[in-house]
Design a protein. Structure first.
Length: 490
């Protein structure tokens, strides 16, 4: 399905990309059958998951000077707590605390579901502007506003003379998709349609689509140093970006990303709608990914020689140290559970260390991206994973991956979000590592950092062993003997 920035809504991933939330097989089977047999599989029982409203709002609330109006019951607005993570990043970067950013909610009631809540929504938008003076306001739909058919476009049209900043509707009703990552696309569609302006000139900026990374390590400085060698400057998106920066994204020399799942719609939308080249490469995690990311960007910028010199110097310093830890990690067995892009990128890194990837679980799977091609990191694994590890797609269903962990008993479980997942593995006596910061293994220095952390996680098992000794999990023995696809049906 083509990207069309004139449309009010973007199609969800199931319809646009053929994405799935249920699969059980091996990585090679997946590559050979092109997901044959999995696209019509459903999960007949679901424990818990996330909704795309939270995903969209999480992105937009990280903008430095924009406000969110959540048109929903108050429960949906609990996502506002996530804003504190962004405040930490603002602080870490030495920026002044956010002053023109706010999160409000229309607190829809049962009565509103009968009579509608459009007038209340208008009042809340005006009050949000008067209170915070944001540079833009995003108005988010929810299941409740969606079910009663609230017309966000007409509200925004009515207010355009009273509120002197862009107001953008976010069509992120929770029920419209089972894939929360559709929320990324919905948020980015609003930015592309309502905020980004046509280019007046070209600049030496490169749009870097990332999450809120950079709080644990000074990784934004690592990116800036690399970019300086290539004669460009990064604009980090969306976290801590200003509305003014977003207005000028069309002027950039290129767009690049740390996560394929996050960036597919935004990167391809900037390319299709505004002519900004989107860098299609592996993500910059581990040595192979980093080199591919840097060299592909350099090629588009015409700076290949500069990139090779930069990489050679970094490699000279860090590769011998990486090799030392890779020797210690060689042969260790691992299971991975992360979002689709990160899971494939981390499978590659563990294989770079000589580890045996026994199993990969992805929270959903994009069979293709918005350019019509298979995600490069997934294609790489299909082509290079010699042991043809088992592969499942599972949207945060603990009961499924805990069976796999118990059966495989790997030396380490590597996961990313939610952070609480590592506890389940540790309670089984399996050490776990949480890739909390998205720049954990960025470049050579990050790869070394990750190799060290992984080695010491496997080496020092005392806390994991103690936890397992004193915790009784709720599962009975028969539960662990079920196959991983027990709850998948046609
Ligand atoms: S699924 Fe619907 S009701 Fe639940 S948090 Fe998301 S938008 Fe709100």
């Amino acid at each position: 399905m083509e990207i069309n920035l004139n449309n009010n809504e973007v199609a969800v991933r199931e319809n646009r990309l053929g994405s799935v939330i249920a699969y059980n097989g091996t990585i090679k089977d997946f590559g050979e059958s092109g997901c044959g047999g999995c696209s019509d599989k459903k999960r007949c029982f679901s424990q818990s998951s996330m909704c795309n409203n939270g995903c969209a709002i999480g992105q937009l609330f990280s903008i430095y000077d924009a406000a969110i109006v959540q048109h929903s019951p108050s429960g949906c607005a609990s996502i506002a707590m996530g804003g504190s993570i962004n405040d930490l990043l603002v602080k870490a970067l030495g920026k002044s605390p956010k002053a023109n950013s706010g999160f409000t909610c229309t607190d829809m009631t049962e009565q509103d579901t009968v009579f509608g809540a459009i007038e209340n929504l208008k009042e809340v938008i005006i009050e949000t502007y008067n209170r915070y003076k944001p540079k833009a306001i995003f108005v988010a739909a929810s299941c409740v506003s969606g079910v009663i058919g609230e017309d966000l476009e007409s509200v925004i049209d009515d207010l355009k003379d009273q509120v002197p900043v862009p107001i953008a509707p976010i069509h992120c009703e929770g029920f419209k998709t089972q894939i929360w990552a559709s929320g990324f696309d919905i948020a980015f569609h609003a930015i592309l349609k309502y905020i980004v302006k046509p280019a007046q000139k070209k600049t030496n900026k490169v749009n870097v689509i990332n999450f809120a990374g950079g709080t644990s390590w000074n990784s934004r400085a690592d990116v800036a140093r690399l970019f300086k060698a290539l004669g460009v400057e990064p604009t980090f998106l969306l976290s801590t970006a200003t509305i003014e920066e977003l207005e000028h994204l069309s002027e950039a020399a290129a767009t690049i990303s740390t996560c394929g799942t996050l960036s597919s719609y935004f990167g391809n939308g900037l390319e299709k709608g505004f002519g900004v080249p989107f860098i299609r490469s592996l993500q910059p995690h581990g040595v192979i990914g980093y080199e591919d990311w840097v060299l592909t960007l350099a090629k588009v910028l015409g700076k290949e020689e500069e990139a090779k010199i930069y990489l050679a110097e970094e490699k000279r310093i860090y590769q011998p140290q990486i090799d030392e830890f890779a020797k210690k990690l060689k042969g260790k067995r691992a299971m991975i559970a992360m979002g689709p892009s990160y899971s494939q990128n981390y499978a590659r890194i563990l294989q770079e260390f000589g580890m045996i990837v026994e199993h990969v679980t992805a929270w959903h799977l994009d069979v293709k991206y918005d350019d019509g091609n298979m995600p490069p990191a997934l294609q790489y694994e299909i082509d290079h994973a010699d042991n043809n590890y088992t592969f499942t797609v599972n949207d945060l269903q603990n009961y499924e991956y805990i069976n796999i962990l118990k059966k495989l008993k790997p030396d380490v479980f590597v996961t990313r979000h939610p952070a609480g997942m590592i506890v389940w593995s540790m309670k089984l006596g399996i050490p776990a590592y949480n890739v909390r910061d998205e720049y954990t293994s960025f470049g050579y220095i990050g790869t070394l950092r990750f190799a060290k952390a992984l080695y010491y996680t496997i080496l020092n098992k005392s806390f994991t062993n103690n936890l397992a000794k004193h915790v009784k999990l709720p599962y009975k023995n028969w539960w662990y003997h079920q196959p991983a696809d027990t709850f998948l049906v046609d």
